[in-house]
Design a protein. Structure first.
Length: 244
């Protein structure tokens, strides 16, 4: 995993990926009850964690990028316990949090595919299984890489608003599931351009489910967006919920 990719764009993160109310509405159907303990993996600057805290859920949250966590901490009101923010490698969460402590673990924002091989994903999934309470749920959102690979999609939709323009491109490598994710962020107020590149693991739905089953999870439900519409061959997002 590399934090450099997000460190370069962290101060503009909210302009690139603003808070998504559909995520909260989706989770309101997934979270087992008000007050359920939630672990937010790859929380970035904490927008989703703050939103869930306002709904009454005690939230623990971490990200690999220290600057993102610092930004989240700086927005946290004084004298409040939640969200609890930490900088942490997602592969190490199983030894960091108490066993069977959380009711729900969420991992959104295409975070999972920054783990570049099956063994690293196994380590994360076994950690998630360990920290979840019996019948606890894991929810992961990535992109639908089966669709991306089958159709050789070389770019994602442009993100453009009054503050920034964010271009995103893929470069495929032969005989491997690793792809280069290249981006260019243009800051409109200054004209500054920030160019980044990071490798991602283009894991397909069937392989992800195999690894989840291997870790002990079951009761799978796949969705094509946070409106809880079914996953199709042409869905760009992929969301899976499963149960310990």
């Amino acid at each position: 995993m590399s934090s450099h990719f997000y460190t370069g764009i962290s101060k503009y993160y909210r302009h690139i990926f603003p808070a998504n109310p559909e995520q909260v509405r989706f989770l309101s159907k997934v979270l087992p009850y008000n007050g359920a303990k939630v672990l937010d993996v790859g929380c970035a600057i904490g927008d989703l964690s703050f939103a869930l805290t306002r709904f009454g859920f005690p939230i623990w949250a971490f990200d690999f990028d220290a600057e993102m966590i610092e930004m989240a901490q700086n927005e946290k009101p004084e004298n409040t316990m939640f969200p609890v923010f930490e900088q942490l490698d997602m592969r190490l969460m199983g030894g960091h949090y108490p066993e069977s402590f959380f009711d729900t673990v969420i991992c959104f924002g295409n975070t999972l595919v920054h783990l570049l091989n099956d063994d690293d994903i196994r380590q994360f999934l076994h950690g998630a299984y360990k920290v979840l309470a019996p019948e606890g749920k894991l929810t992961i959102q990535i992109l639908n890489y089966q669709h991306i690979l089958d159709n050789h999609i070389k770019s994602l939709p442009l993100i453009d608003n009054e503050h920034i323009s964010f271009e995103r491109y893929y470069v495929f490598e032969d005989d491997t599931d690793l792809i280069d994710f290249n981006t260019k962020l243009t800051v409109k107020s200054t004209g500054q351009e920030i160019v980044n590149s990071v490798k991602l693991y283009a894991i397909r739905q069937n392989r992800l489910q195999e690894l989840l089953e291997e870790a002990g999870f079951g009761s799978f439900e796949f969705y094509g967006n946070f409106k809880a519409e079914p996953l199709t061959n042409n869905s760009l997002p992929l969301i899976v919920t499963c149960q310990k």
